[in-house]
Ligand binder design. Structure first.
Ligand code: ADP
Length: 896
């Protein structure tokens, strides 16, 4: 009894000490010299609430029952810290920028601030955590029991239930005092965090002390202990790959999703950079915590009598060997583990319960949503305190009902599997913009149903909450709905089975529903905020007074309505309210008007959300709303760009149509030309054949006739040759294989030469050429022969096609803007507008074909002029047919 009294006294002293530490920390923080309270080390130590009584006592029990498998519980979080710290970093950044107060808050805020989702997550978190709190109470009472039992022959004299009740009440008091002292916007609790850090050291020290005692005091040194371990059953436990994988996954997922872990890791985090230290320091802490687990388990099994509870070896080993001081320390370690967990878990859960369940109900019941005053603060604090009491009470109730019989580890794992259901929604929310509220809701519901059906309910034992017939034959007699053999897959470990099905169905449903559904504007906004948190969250800000709100509303309205319009609206409203200046009070009337105005531009839902954000002082910053407004502006700009693009496309289409028409026309002409060419070829060929046959076969021909026939053959052959020459010339020009023979000469000479070649040799020299030679004294350096070829062609065409009588051709040479222009204008009836478009194409022949060539002349001219760097074109409006040759003076020189 004496020991028990000492124990109670030690407990009280310890708790008082924690109170003092927490008080001191709060005071220091308040007075502004609490910098040391926030350091990477304290942060890392506060993460140790992951190691609860389950870890302190339970790990040894776990090792004694299942060998090395207990390590998975440490490996999971270590992997997260070392390998996936960037996920944590993103969570921490989001937590800070969005003023997140809990995991329920984060999830609901991400999915469009859905309170329904928040309520769901809160309830699930409470259901998942209650057994865990019960577990802590159970471990504390068990350890009390051990102490009392060890001294009293007549069995336990301590009433377990009342021990648990006292502990629960003490913890509630502590949490209320330090967890709800101030209603800080940041939800930081300096006192609590520092107390937890102290407890982290106490439990580590206690476990190490017991470990050292066991190895060197009981085991006889390191090597002997190792031999004992080798000889024990623990080394021989088979490692099941599927269980290891699922347990590592589970503990990693739980590490991210447990409400209390979220509280210390994200909500209480002061600086992202702490994660850098924690990423190695916390795994190191876990390693040290797990160091002596196996030796303690092995020696406990060896030394203690058969049937001792392995979950309490950490305590019973020192007690059994008479080391009461050490046992006391070990007890304090376990006590620390249990209390820190209960404190943080109840704090985290109470925030969720109060914010998402109690407050909405209170606000709607009192209709007091609009009057934000000190009253509401008091109500919030009261609701938090009640929630803390309720959460701890639930844990106590579970403890009473379950009778505290189950092994610590299995309760812990069931809890882990429950909260792990948050993982897909959490990760999907911060990495995938397409994730929707419906998807989140559906995924979570399915995951939790499967978890409850396959793991939670059966854990109470068959026949208690789930009947034996359902276990054997499936729900509603459906064989594929057996709790431990979904879809007929039998023989799996029940835990692996439940984790695999619940998480995969959860993820699948979440993804599919998200893909099928469509996010609301607010969801979309929040999705962008969360996924792109690094771009958005440089500067979190809040709103204090109503004047500031008006200003924010003004800035936002300006962005959306335009500066002038927004100012007019605000000024008008200010006048109406009788307020001086241009900022009206944000009265409900005014807000309604503003919302209506805004919804004209951005749609009703977004306008509502935007005003709600500013006036409600919620976690989206003005800056982010501006981002949305900017996005709208960008979208408008984009759509006008699209319009311009479509106009451009219409233009291109028109051009294409024209080109197509031209092509069709040309193709028709080409066909006509081909038949023309064959005709052209055939005519001379036919006469050549006919006359050569006459020459060959008729012996009686006179000499004169022979001469006549052979000269016809000769002329026809020349015509053929010319046609072929033209074709060849054109193809050479077109392929760019032509070699220019550049010389210097005078225009007048070139024209002289061209006129004489074009007109002589022709039997019909009816064309009169008019020139002004004085204008033609232009020196130039170019391929003179090719230039002459162009002139010959143009003069020849006038000769062939000018239908006036008498036919005249005027050649005008002039200089303009550094270019030499030579115009060939005849007095014929000219060329019609449609024909002008095609005469430069090859094979193009227009008008009557009486004297025509093959339609290649102008095409050749165009190619030549292009090679010489100039051009030839039709000159409309000159009376007859008119062509202009242009040659840049860079290639010609004038002496004028
Ligand atoms: P070709 O080599 O057969 O003479 P061109 O390409 O030089 O063909 O000319 C194409 C068509 O342009 C000719 O078929 C003719 O109908 C028309 N053309 C060219 N020059 C004149 C002109 N001075 N007056 C009237 N029509 C002309």
């Amino acid at each position: 009894m004496a020991t028990l009294n000492i124990l109670v006294a030690v407990c009280l002293i310890y708790v008082t000490f924690l109170f003092v530490v927490a008080f001191a920390a709060e005071r220091a923080a308040k007075q502004g010299h609490g910098g040391w309270l926030r350091s990477p080390l304290v942060y890392t130590l506060s993460l140790s609430i992951y190691c609860t009584a389950w870890t302190f006592y339970g790990a040894v029990g776990y090792a004694a029952r299942s060998g090395l498998e207990y390590l998975t519980i440490y490996i999971g979080p270590s992997l997260v810290m070392v390998g996936w710290w960037w996920i944590l970093r993103k969570l921490v950044r989001i937590g800070r920028s969005q003023r997140v107060t809990s995991i329920a808050d984060l999830i609901s805020s991400r999915y469009g601030k859905s309170n329904l989702l928040a309520v769901g997550v809160t309830l699930l978190a409470v259901i998942g955590t209650t057994p865990y709190i019960a577990l802590q109470l159970q471990s504390v009472t068990l350890s009390f029991d051990v102490f009392s039992g060890s001294n009293e022959v007549a069995g336990s004299i301590v009433d377990r239930d009342s021990t648990a009740l006292w502990v629960a009440m003490g913890l509630t008091l502590f949490t209320i005092v330090f967890g709800t002292r101030n209603l800080d916007v940041n939800e930081r609790h300096h006192g609590v965090v520092i107390a937890i850090a102290v407890e982290a050291i106490v439990k580590l020290f206690a476990l190490l002390a017991v470990g050292v005692f066991v190895v060197w005091g009981l085991g006889g040194g390191l090597s002997e202990t190792l031999q004992r371990i080798d000889a024990s059953e623990i080394g021989m436990w088979e490692m099941r790959g599927d269980r290891w994988a699922s347990l590592i996954f589970l503990s990693a997922a739980a590490f991210l999703c447990l409400p209390r872990m979220f509280q210390v890791m994200v909500v209480e985090n002061d600086h992202e950079s702490y994660l850098r230290t924690a990423s190695w320091a916390f795994p190191a802490y876990l390693m040290v915590m797990s160091l002596f687990v196996v030796p303690i388990a092995v020696l406990g099994l060896d030394i203690l009598p058969e049937g001792s509870n392995p979950d309490l070896f950490v305590l019973t080993l020192p007690l059994a060997t008479g080391r009461e001081g050490l046992a006391m320390l070990s007890f304090l370690g376990g006590f620390s583990s249990a209390t820190s967990m209960v404190i943080v878990a109840s704090l985290a859960l109470s925030t969720m319960v109060s914010n998402h369940i109690v407050m909405p109900i209170w606000l709607s019941a009192t209709g007091g949503g609009a009057k934000i005053s000190g009253d509401v603060r008091n109500v919030v604090i009261l609701s938090r305190r009640l929630s803390i009491a309720a959460v701890v009470a639930l844990g106590y109730l579970y403890f009473r009902l379950s009778g505290g019989g189950t092994a610590l580890a299995s309760i812990g794992l069931i809890s882990f599997a429950g909260v792990a259901q948050f993982l897909p929604v959490l990760l999907g929310g911060i990495f995938w913009r397409g994730a929707t509220r419906t998807g989140a809701f559906a995924g979570l519901s399915v995951g939790f149903l499967v978890w409850a059906f396959a793991l939670l309910l059966p854990s109470f034992g068959s026949g208690v909450l789930i009947s034996q017939s359902v276990m054997d034959n499936g729900l509603f007699g459906l064989a594929w709905l057996r709790p431990q053999a979904f879809f007929g897959i039998e023989g799996m470990d029940p835990l692996v089975h439940a984790v695999m099905w619940s998480i995969s169905l959860n993820t699948l449903v979440f993804f599919v529903s998200s893909l099928v559904g469509f996010p609301s504007p607010l969801e979309r906004l929040q999705g962008a905020q969360f996924v792109n948190v690094y771009e958005h969250s440089r500067r979190p800000q809040g709103w204090s007074g109503s004047a500031a709100q008006s200003e924010d509303l003004m800035i936002m309205a300006q962005r959306i309505l335009g500066a002038r319009e927004a100012q007019n609206l605000f000024e008008r409203e200010a006048q109406r309210q009788g307020v001086s200046g241009y900022l009206p009070d944000p009265s409900p009337d005014f807000l309604q008007i503003l919302e209506r105005e805004l919804s004209g531009s951005v749609g009703a839902a977004t306008a509502h959300a935007m005003i709600g954000q500013i006036v409600g002082g919620a976690s989206v910053s003005v800056r982010d709303l501006m981002a949305v407004a900017d996005e709208t502006a960008q979208m408008m700009e984009y759509s006008s760009k699209l319009e311009a693009k479509s106009e451009e496309q219409a233009r291109t289409a028109r051009q294409l149509r024209q080109a197509n028409e031209k092509l069709t026309q040309l193709s028709v002409q080409k066909d006509a030309f081909l038949s023309q060419v064959s005709h052209e070829l055939r005519t001379p060929m036919t006469s050549i054949r006919a006359f050569s046959e006459i020459l060959r076969d008729s012996e009686k021909l006179s000499g004169q006739e022979k001469v006549k026939y052979s000269s016809i053959i000769h002329d026809e052959a020349i015509r053929l040759t010319r046609l072929l020459d033209d074709l060849l010339d054109l193809s050479v020009l077109e392929n760019g294989q032509v070699n220019l023979n550049t010389q210097t000469g005078v225009l007048v000479d070139v024209l002289d030469h061209a006129i004489s070649s074009a007109l002589t040799g022709s039997s019909d020299t009816r064309l009169t050429v008019r020139r002004r030679k004085s204008h033609e004294v232009v020196h130039m350096t170019t391929d003179l022969d090719r230039l002459a070829q162009v002139f010959i062609n143009l003069i020849g065409n006038a000769q062939k096609y000018c239908d006036a009588d008498p036919a005249e051709l005027t050649i005008n040479a002039s200089l303009s803007q550094g270019q030499m222009l030579v115009d060939f204008i005849d007095n014929g009836s000219g060329i019609s507008k449609e024909d002008q478009a095609v005469i430069f194409e090859k094979f193009a022949r227009v008008g009557e074909m009486k004297a025509g060539g093959a339609g290649l002349g102008l095409a050749i001219c165009r190619e030549i002029m292009a090679r010489l760097g100039g051009s030839v074109s039709y000159l409309p409006g000159q009376g007859g047919a008119a062509f202009r040759v242009i040659l840049p003076l860079a290639a010609s020189k004038t002496t004028l």
